[in-house]
Each structure stands twice: as structure tokens, then as C-alpha cells.
Design a protein around this ligand. Structure first.
Ligand code: ZN
Length: 131
């Protein structure tokens, strides 16, 4: 059975134990690469039984990659998809915590939050009244 890179829309074939193809892997920030290897359990690609912690980190990687490499997608589509992956990451994370496995994102620095474009476009409207 063929195994493809997990980055959204990427069709490059990779070894079953690899999460991404090289370009996608090297676009992943270091803290996330380390988290993937930390959560990876040898054999999980065969028994299809990856931990919630691994899945949380994996979905977060895919989400962040969509912000970096849009793969020809319009940026609005890319950020919508990124939000969906981030939501899935959050669900796996919650399950991991509920199972007593701990917070898989604990060691990761907070994701840089991008300001909502609408808010900055209409900035000032919430400052409350005119001088
Ligand atoms: Zn790829």
C-alpha cells in the first residue's frame, strides 16, 4: 500500500514511518519536529494505532504548514483549512489530557497568533467614542 505525505494536498509518496515529504518536513518548525519524534511509537504505522498525543502534534503540523506553504491554494482557503486542522489537533489534545496522557503541546511554545485581518482593517472602532 502506498503511503503519502500527510501535508494537505501533497501527493508525494514517502516511507510509511515518515510523516511528511522532505520539503514539508523541513518547513516544519523544529519544536514540532521534535514533538513528532517524541510522540512517535515504532510500529504505529503498521497497527494504525497512533496515540492521541501523536495525532494532536501531527494535525498541528499540517495546520501550521498551511500557513507557510499554501500549495497554490488561495490564502483564504489555506487559512480556513488550517483552522480545521488546528481544531482537530485541539480535539486530540483534549482526548490525550482526558486519558491522563498529559498535554502534548506543553513543550511547544505558544503558536504565534496572527491578528484577524478584519480587526486591523476596522481597528479603532472599538476604542469607544470619538475624542
Ligand atoms: Zn509533502
Amino acid at each position: 500500500m502506498s503511503h503519502r505525505c500527510h501535508a494537505h494536498g501533497c501527493r508525494v509518496e514517502v516511507a510509511p514511518r515518515m510523516l511528511f515529504c522532505k520539503p514539508h518536513w523541513f518547513s516544519t518548525r523544529r519544536a514540532l519536529q521534535e514533538a513528532i519524534w517524541r510522540e512517535y511509537r515504532p510500529g504505529q504505522e503498521r497497527d494504525k494505532n497512533a496515540s492521541e498525543r501523536y495525532l494532536a502534534v501531527q494535525q498541528l503540523c499540517v495546520s501550521e504548514l498551511l500557513h507557510k506553504r499554501t500549495c497554490g491554494l488561495p490564502s483564504s482557503t489555506a487559512s480556513m483549512l488550517a483552522a480545521e486542522y488546528a481544531e482537530r489537533a485541539e480535539k486530540h489534545r483534549e482526548r490525550a489530557i482526558a486519558d491522563g496522557a498529559g498535554d502534548p503541546f506543553e513543550s511547544l511554545e505558544r503558536r504565534p497568533k496572527k491578528p484577524e485581518p478584519q480587526l486591523s482593517l476596522f481597528g479603532g472602532s472599538c476604542s469607544g467614542g470619538k475624542p
